[in-house]
Design a protein around this ligand. Sequence first.
Ligand code: P6P
Length: 342
Amino acid sequence: MDPRSMTLTEAIHLGQQQHPDASGEFTMLIESLGLACKIISREVNRAGLGKMMGLAGRKNIQGEDVAQLDEFANETLVSTLTRCGSVSTIASEELAVPIRLPSVDSEGKYAIAFDPLDGSSNIDVGVTVGTIFSIYRRKSADGTIGDVADLLQPGRALLAAGYALYGSSTILVMSVGRGVQGFTLDPGLGEFLLSHQKITVPPRGKILSVNTGNRTRWSTATRRAVERFESPRGATAPYSMRYVGSMVADVHRTLLKGGLFLYPGDEKAPRGKLRLLYEALPMAFLFDQAGGLGSDGERSLLDLVPEDLHQRVPVILGGRSDVEDFLSAYHNASKDSSSTSG
Ligand code: P6P
């Protein structure tokens, strides 16, 4: 790593200089987010040594068991983002309702939603986990208390989005609408340093990432579209299957190497498992900024507008050509199955 690499703060500050009326609030927000991710990274990386392994003994609004590190990550993010003064509204996978903060004067311009520790069920077995976040400019009037409407905005209204990946290294991957950058945490310095200047997703990859254990519950169209990538196509060999079961890990690999990440709906869960606001939309924003695509099977994920903070959505993410091929196979199979069923 070049010791002269740019820090996260410098990169955001440089970007802010392109907005003469910038007040520095956004920089404060990203710095607080970065601090929270460093604190979470430290605890995740020593989970086995501390008292933070295992479950917290309660379920979240999704009815999922909450791990102790889920609670720690959530509390860390809420406290740092509440203190930074730049945020009006905070939503979290671990909170049934959003936190609405009073704003003084023109402070509190931004609203943020996050999955504080995605994939936490993998922690006890040492698998990569992550924090995923969406950032909007608030819609409610500056100077008023935050409102849930600040977060129920179209994906295309996102100001910034990204994830922190707690794996072999801790990497903060984010976009503020000018491409995708990656910042790797240098534990010795305690700084996120620019390590990926401009991430672009290859139009075609060689890897398919989906939980094929759900195959029997998929629609015929989904099954046919997946099979298209599992079989040789002309000179194209079948895609390899890689599935970690932690969205940030699977998505990060797909963003860097191309291919497809899928979490389709099925007969048991027609809307799939992943949440629109703080899992699908931030990742779709990154893929769009990196030249890839994100779809729910019918529309671009970024064209969707969350109606509920925790609503789920089917997810197809990947390189542009791979997603287009998948959707073409999916729609052709949908037509076939509807014409055969009369
Ligand atoms: P499944 C983790 O629980 C998570 O929310 C995502 O990180 C991951 O992509 C998905 O669920 C895995 O779900 O049903 O394949 O175990």
